[in-house]
Design a protein around this ligand. Structure first.
Ligand SMILES: NC(=O)C1=CN([C@@H]2O[C@H](COP(=O)(O)OP(=O)(O)OC[C@H]3O[C@@H](n4cnc5c(N)ncnc54)[C@H](O)[C@@H]3O)[C@@H](O)[C@H]2O)[C@@H](O)CC1
Ligand SMILES: Nc1ncnc2c1ncn2[C@@H]1O[C@H](COP(=O)(O)OP(=O)(O)O)[C@@H](O)[C@H]1O
Ligand SMILES: [K+]
Length: 524
């Protein structure tokens, strides 16, 4: 499914009206109808139920009034609080306001927090939030903020129209304050702010309605943000040998960094990869060797600090020639000579590579080396590493995840995986995939190492490089979700995520459609 920006959605509305003649009144009617169905689904029946709707000054308010009309027509009691003068309504919103007035639906101006409003809310079964939609243009203050506070303090079921009021439709950020909804129905396509955190969480259960747009209305290459849907895995070759499922080289580890090489190299095998090689400082080998017997070791000369020595370069290049994919950087340390080694390997390895962890720090000293690469490259930074790579502050990155990831991927011709809740995967042609698997239990040391191994495994299973990155991120999150389902989010560790990789790939093979649906946005 595509995800749109606020501006793109406006253009789609305009196109629906101008090209197909689907008038704004029809769009508003459809929008109201969609949320009506969500309410019906949540409450079971409408008759005799009491609703309080807050209707803002724009079309979001118009939708709320139209919805109120539907609720009223089906036997509910509705009271509407108008956030500003109804004189301001235009077009479909104005028409629906006038119908509501003629019908005699109770409407009052909202002049700020007071006992009467609180009493109405207290007596209601549910609240409709149509205060602000995608037209939000500044931070929420004054009586708008007061209305949101009343809603959030009410402990009632809250249904948001299009997007919880106060959430920025392009970024998912809270503009001062925002409604915490139980359900949100968004219209046309989901907006970026519905899908990125924290907006996604404020939406509660999220539904999308295409409000009778014909599907071709979305066929626009400029709308290039997508939900990261899983990609079907082709059946394993029955007569395959370990070489048929990928041969991966992990250049990882240093004294005191035993977890990163272990988790990345072993996760490759757990997610379906065939042959896992770990090239690491020689004194690291005995520590991992006893636990990861499935891994093939290449002990390398080391520095005084027990990190991989720069002198190992030719040997690594030689091994790299015979593998399918190379992973650079998990736990290689910040030793200056080792960093230099990794930086040069990035430029010289003639294979697809994944750069993570300390490899990203090495790269941040000289990002232009990426431009020398002629083979596919993926980077998997968390926001801290992204800050090092770009020189931007972490806040700047968090406030503009999509743009920052996209610009980097385009400029350096790499696939950039910006990790975190709902990880963004940016492709060098500007497409972005937003991943929906995973949970907060995955914010645990070593979890990122499991990810690199999983991506490499997908490549081993025969997906192309771009698909492997997308599927690696999906499967890693799915394994985390399975672990959380079984053990709870609090205590899961990288090891748990790794241990659930086999079940995650199995589930995708056995129940592909179910898994896909579970992580898609519900259409209403
Ligand atoms: N395809 C779609 O997405 C459709 C969208 N519709 C609705 O239209 C909405 C967008 O309508 P509008 O563009 O009128 O925008 P909004 O209804 O979101 O609000 C715009 C109004 O709010 C004011 N405003 C902005 N920020 C404010 C703040 N912080 N405090 C107080 N006032 C503020 C603006 O001055 C303007 O008057 C969508 O969210 C959706 O609900 C539907 O009517 C049907 C079709
Ligand atoms: N709240 C969250 N929801 C979903 N996934 C998360 C969340 N927090 C972290 N993750 C995932 O967990 C992994 C953490 O990786 P990283 O930050 O590199 O940790 P480490 O370096 O300790 O391995 C990433 O794949 C990230 O997307
Ligand atoms: K809203």
């Amino acid at each position: 499914m595509r995800i749109s920006t606020v501006e793109q959605m406006r253009a789609l509305d305009k196109r629906a009206i101008e090209v197909y003649g689907i008038e704004d009144k029809l769009l508003m009617e459809n929008a109201a109808h969609a949320l009506y169905f969500v309410i019906l689904k949540a409450l079971g029946n409408i008759k005799g139920r009491k609703f309080v709707a807050f209707a803002g000054p724009g079309n979001n308010g118009g939708d709320a009034i139209t919805l109120s009309r539907k609720l009223h027509s089906n036997g509910a009691y509705v009271k509407i609080y108008l956030m500003s003068s109804p004189e301001k309504y235009k077009g479909a919103a104005k028409m629906n306001y006038e119908i509501a007035k003629r019908i005699g639906i109770q409407m009052e101006n909202f002049d700020g927090d007071n006992a009467l409003v609180r009493m109405s809310v207290e007596n209601a079964d549910a609240i409709i939030d149509g205060i602000l939609g995608t037209g939000i243009s500044r931070n929420v203050e004054g009586k708008y903020a007061e209305a949101i506070k009343i809603i959030n303090e009410s402990a009632k079921l809250v249904f948001s129209v299009d997007i919880p009021s106060g959430i920025n439709g392009n970024t998912g950020k809270v503009m001062g304050t925002a409604v915490r909804a139980d359900y949100t129905a968004t219209f046309g396509l989901p907006k970026i702010g519905n899908v990125l955190y924290p907006g996604f969480e404020y939406c509660g259960e999220l539904y999308v309605s295409h409000i009778s747009f014909p599907p071709e209305n979305y066929e626009d290459d400029n709308i290039n943000v997508f939900i990261n849907e899983p990609i079907p895995l082709s059946p394993r070759k029955k007569d395959g040998h370990k070489g048929s499922f990928g041969d991966a080289l992990f250049v990882a580890g240093a004294g005191n960094y035993y977890g990163a090489p272990y988790f990345s190299a072993l996760s490759f095998l757990k997610a379906g990869g065939g042959y896992s090689r770990l090239a690491t400082a020689k004194s690291v080998v005995p520590f991992i060797g006893t636990q990861g017997r499935e891994i093939v070791f290449h002990p390398l000369p080391e520095t005084d600090a027990k990190s991989i020595s720069y002198t190992a370069k030719e040997e690594i290049l030689k091994i790299a020639k015979n593998v399918d994919i190379v992973i650079l950087g998990p736990g290689t340390s910040l030793h200056e000579r080792t960093q230099k080694l990794i930086e040069e390997l990035i430029g010289e390895i003639e294979k697809p590579i994944i750069i993570d962890g300390d490899g990203l720090t090495a790269l941040s000293h000289n990002t232009s080396i990426l431009k020398e690469r002629k083979y596919p490259t993926a980077l998997t930074p968390h926001p801290g590493e992204m800050s090092r790579l770009t020189g931007k502050s972490i806040n700047e990155i968090l406030n503009n995840r999509i743009e920052v990831a996209r610009n980097f991927a385009i400029e350096y011709n790499v696939i950039l995986v910006l990790k975190g809740a709902h990880t963004q995967i940016a492709m060098p042609d500007g497409r972005i995939y937003i991943n929906m698997t995973g949970n907060s239990g995955m914010a645990t040391a070593g979890s990122g190492d499991v990810l690199t191994g999983t991506i490499a495994a997908m490549y081993g299973l025969g997906l192309d490089f771009e698909e492997s990155v997308r599927m690696g991120v999906f499967v890693h999150g799915l394994a985390g979700d399975l672990a959380a389902q079984r053990k709870g989010e609090d205590g899961i560790t990288a090891r748990d995520i790794m241990e659930f990789l086999p079940e995650a790939t199995k589930l995708l093979r056995d129940e592909y459609e179910n898994v896909k649906d579970r992580y898609d946005i519900n259409v209403v």
